[in-house]
Design a protein around this ligand. Structure first.
Ligand SMILES: Cc1cc2nc3c(=O)[nH]c(=O)nc-3n(C[C@H](O)[C@H](O)[C@H](O)COP(=O)(O)O)c2cc1C
Length: 364
């Protein structure tokens, strides 16, 4: 009912409105309980371990939806096994100029050029301190502060992540490190020099990480680079796994319906259906590198709209799938539909649990 109205608004205004409504609704015990019973689903077969992180189910809300931890009490009751908030940076940031969020409904896609606007780690910490019993697992996604006036240089970048890490690790069930925001041109290539992964992880090791850490990587099909990143992570036991970010801009190969002129008016990275193939390809390569039975868990977001999409990623090697665009285009009921559909399909295909399906379609 609400979606057609929201879709008449500018995309960023609609998003803010939806988020504020979730924030407001989450203040009342009645709405929180109702959300849980309407949207939640419990099924033992859906329980999953992702790099040592135990989750009630394998479906999570991807980073970017609730950047500032405003709506955790409600979002955590929509049935997700986890909610990833952020990206949060050590200092507040305005992000890029507006307009910076666009919908392509005919492609089930969202174009984003936010540039990680957020309230900063201190404010987010205070907000999370006020949530007494987070209803689902909460991941916090950290990113370097986007500040065009301060170029990304060593060791500032590491200190920036470290400050957020210190402020937020005790509020999180896991930390995700956004290693390359596609919409922060001054920062997004910083970790292309792979030894810098080592420098960052060494800096974080000084803080004695107490929660699992996942690295959200710049998407690349370069298996040599992926192998090198995994080898660097091997030396840091707190690294629990990997996920894959959106590519910058509109790389060749993304199938998009709008004309080049219309696309030109939508600067930024594409999320949703068009990136599914690319993300799944990189996911399969990553799983090929870490292999079954490794200490790493893979989280994957990109074009998940139904149970089949979710299970495809699981079978390629993800232990956990996340969505953002699916929630925008299908509404909150998508969570229950996906989870119920996954449980049914697992049963049909003879898998005892999600864990047994992870990597089932991996390349030999
Ligand atoms: C509007 C929007 C904002 C996003 N913001 C972030 C972010 O702040 N940090 C991050 O790591 N990923 C961010 N992402 C990427 C998502 O977490 C996710 O990886 C991506 O959208 C693919 O999932 P989807 O196809 O279900 O949208 C954002 C995506 C969108 C569409």
């Amino acid at each position: 009912m609400v979606r057609p109205l929201l879709f008449r608004l500018d995309a960023e205004r609609a998003h803010n409105l939806a988020l504020r409504s979730c924030e407001h609704a989450g203040r009342f015990e009645l709405t929180r309980r109702t959300a849980r019973s309407v949207f939640g689903i419990r099924d033992e077969r859906l329980r999953v371990d992702c790099g040592g992180l135990c989750l009630e189910n394998p479906l999570g809300l991807a980073a970017g939806f609730d950047k500032n931890a405003r709506a955790v009490p409600l979002l955590g009751r929509l049935g997700f096994g986890h909610v990833e908030i952020g990206s949060v940076s050590s200092r507040p940031s305005q992000g890029n100029p507006r307009p910076r969020l666009f919908r392509i409904p005919e492609d089930d896609a969202i174009v984003v050029s936010y540039g990680v606007p957020n309230d900063g780690a201190e404010v987010v910490r205070r907000r999370l301190l006020a949530v007494d019993r987070p209803p689902a697992r909460v991941g916090i996604n950290l990113v370097k502060t986007n500040d065009p006036a301060r170029p990304a240089v060593e060791p500032d970048v590491y200190d920036d992540y470290a400050r957020s890490f210190e402020l937020l690790q005790d509020r999180a069930d896991y930390i995700a490190l956004n290693m390359s925001c596609p919409n922060s041109p001054g920062d997004r290539d910083f970790f292309d020099l792979l030894p810098r992964f080592d420098s960052l992880l060494a800096r974080l090791a000084e803080l004695s990480p107490r929660v699992p850490v996942f690295l959200k990587l710049k998407p690349t099909r370069d298996e040599g680079a992926l192998r090198e990143i995994v080898a660097i992570a091997d030396a840091y036991p707190f690294v629990a796994g990997f996920s894959i970010n959106l590519p910058a801009g509109k790389p060749a190969g993304l199938r998009l319906s709008p004309s080049p002129e219309r696309l030109e008016r939508m600067p930024g990275a594409v999320g949703g259906r068009p990136v599914e193939g690319l993300i799944n390809d990189i996911l399969a390569r990553l799983y090929g590198i870490v292999g079954p039975g490794s200490r790493y868990g893979l989280m994957a977001a990109g074009g998940v709209f139904d149970a089949e999409d979710a299970l495809r990623k699981i079978r390629l090697g993800a232990s956990v799938v996340q969505l953002y665009s699916g929630l925008v285009y299908r509404g909150p009921r998508v969570v229950r539909e996906i989870l119920a559909g996954m449980a049914e399909q697992l049963e049909r295909e003879g898998f005892e649990s999600v864990g047994h399906a992870v990597g089932a379609d991996a390349r030999a």
